[in-house]
Design a protein around this ligand. Structure first.
Ligand code: NAP
Ligand code: MG
Length: 401
């Protein structure tokens, strides 16, 4: 059998722990036998990040700007415990944060739906994709504890030294204050990433804030989205037969629950943090959630939404077979290969990506699955496989397609 050829590489970002083990099995069983893979490889495993003073992460992000498509394995974000475990020179920053800062992107997370694993919300039939703005607001806020009576104000000093002030509160006793910000440029990038991704995936785009209460802060988000939509995207949306829909955040929450899914829900930073966990849980499992970072220039980085599954890795190191679910990582690969195919007009590669996803879903729907899904699945005859056997079962199905 001749392998599918590629004209342009994808950027491959290897990672840590159990997902690094799955990465190799997925490549060996499901990618390399079928595709003559061209990849620009970066080892983002923590040891190599430490050895390169994290330069490898920056290099991989820059390579993504060059080739436009990347696939990333889950990586450890170091904390105090990891400093000791890996004998780190520094507590390196989250690779995802570093890559996102370089690409200026928005993360879109979507569930993979299979028969037998039903969403907790009965009406949901199609995936709900959450787009979270990844800059500012409460995540970059300055806070103060107010010890007692006194005035708290917002003060802005322009470059000529002119001040404008806004009273926050005239405190009579102790309290708290918080000052947060966002950047029009960042909101514009967020908006464009969302509009582009909606066109890309032919889904409606919803956006919601609390503009009735926050008449300047949240209203600016609403206005920027509206302006960019009218100027740059309205005609394209109409042509694609999709809709941009703005509403208040509380109304959006109510509508999401009543909906059947099948749209992108753009959220401000905090809303996205909270709502993505709700949506992920309601769809069943974090191990069935994919994630793609889309930059406003149209660069794409695909990954699984879950972490490195540390607990399973320690079992693996002891020689135990684990039943870690590789689906989200497989879909990261299929997403990246499909996008590569689209950019390069490589029909075979796009078809392969479709087949890989189909084979994965077929396998689960035939009753063969990993332990996390077996706990959730309502299929009558289900069988729990370890990761390796599960990947081999997918390969068997893939060979029939
Ligand atoms: P995690 O890797 O997502 O795993 C948490 C738990 O969720 C696991 O112990 C497992 O539960 C279950 N789980 C997650 N993915 C699974 C899968 N594919 N198959 C089966 N079960 C799965 O989160 P963590 O243990 O909190 O974090 C581990 C490391 O990942 C941390 O160092 C963190 O920094 C990193 N992280 C990286 C990313 C990223 O690169 N995008 C994202 C999040 C976290 P059971 O143990 O009950 O089976
Ligand atoms: Mg969160």
């Amino acid at each position: 059998m001749s392998k599918i050829t590629m004209t342009t590489p994808i950027v491959e970002m290897d990672g840590d722990e159990m997902t690094r083990i799955l990465w190799k099995w997925i490549k060996d069983e499901l990618i390399l036998p079928f595709v003559d893979l061209k990849s620009d490889y970066y080892d983002l495993g923590l040891e190599n990040r430490n050895a390169t003073n994290d330069k490898v992460t920056v290099d991989s992000a820059n390579a993504t700007k060059k080739y436009k498509v990347a696939v990333k394995c889950a990586t450890i974000t170091p904390n105090a415990a990891r400093m000791d475990e890996y004998n780190l020179k520094e507590m390196w920053k989250s690779p995802n944060g570093t890559i996102r800062a370089i690409l200026d992107g928005t993360v879109f997370r979507a569930p993979i739906i299979v028969k037998g694993v039903d969403p907790y919300v009965k009406t949901w039939k199609k995936p709900i994709t959450i787009a979270r703005h990844a800059y500012g607001d409460v995540y970059k806020a300055s806070e103060m504890k107010i010890p007692g009576a006194g005035k708290a104000e917002l003060v802005y000093t322009d470059c000529n030294g002119n001040e404008s002030r806004e009273l926050i509160h005239d405190f009579k006793g102790a309290g708290i204050v918080q000052g947060m910000h966002n950047l029009c440029g960042s909101i514009e990038s967020f908006a464009r990433s969302c509009f582009n991704f909606a066109l890309d995936t032919k889904q409606d785009l919803w956006f919601a804030t609390k503009d009735t209460i926050s008449k300047k802060y949240d209203h600016t988000f609403k206005d920027i989205f509206a302006e960019i939509y009218e100027k740059e995207y309205k005609a394209k949306f109409e042509e694609a037969g999709i809709e941009y829909f703005y509403t208040l955040i509380d109304d959006a929450v109510a509508r999401v629950i009543r909906s059947e899914g099948g749209y992108i829900w753009a959220c401000k930073n905090y809303d996205g943090d909270v709502m993505s966990d709700m949506v992920a849980t309601a769809f069943g499992s974090l191990s069935m959630m994919t994630s793609v970072l889309v930059s406003p220039e149209g660069n794409y980085e695909y990954e699984a939404a879950h972490g490195t599954v540390q607990r399973h890795y320690y079992k693996y190191l002891k020689g135990e077979k684990t039943s870690t679910n590789p689906i989200a990582t497989i879909f990261a690969w299929s997403g990246a290969l499909r996008k590569r195919g689209e950019f390069d007009n490589n029909k075979e590669l796009m078809e392969f990506a479709d087949k890989l996803e189909k084979a994965s879903i077929m396998t689960i729907e035939s009753g063969l699955m990993t332990g996390d899904l077996a706990l959730l699945s309502t299929l009558p005859d289900k069988q729990t496989l370890n990761s390796e056997d599960f990947i081999k079962a997918i390969r068997k199905n893939l060979e029939t397609l």
